[in-house]
Ligand binder design. Structure first.
Ligand code: ZN
Length: 114
């Protein structure tokens, strides 16, 4: 990340950051300051900022969670990690549920009545 408003932080001992629920890259912890001497918030972001597929690598490249939405920005490290981990767990559960439903529907189409 080349923006000096973001400072990468060490993950505190005993804390685990879940994998990115979109692309399975690592989640990384940052401090964010809009102004150099202004208030700081904490955020966990996906480590994957590399353009892929049709992305042209000018802006918003990489995983959608490389620059996650405003609600990921939290007052404390503990809150930022908890938000990311809950978000990751729930999004992965939604993916599994929808994937299972889609495959079940396909199997029903292919195999006829079970
Ligand atoms: Zn990702």
């Amino acid at each position: 990340m080349n923006d000096e408003l973001f400072t990468k932080l060490e993950i505190p001992a005993g804390k685990v950051i879940a994998e990115c629920p979109c692309c399975s890259s690592d989640g990384e912890l940052y401090q964010f300051q809009k102004d150099k001497d202004g208030p700081a918030s904490k955020v966990v972001m996906c480590a994957n900022g590399t353009a892929f597929g049709p992305q042209i690598g000018v802006a918003n490249e990489g995983c959608p969670l490389y620059m996650p939405g405003d609600d990921h920005y939290r007052a404390t490290i503990r809150e930022a990690i908890a938000y990311w981990n809950d978000y990751s767990k729930e999004l992965q559960a939604i993916r599994r549920k929808n994937s299972w439903a889609r495959h079940s529907a396909l199997r029903a189409q292919e195999g006829g009545a079970a």
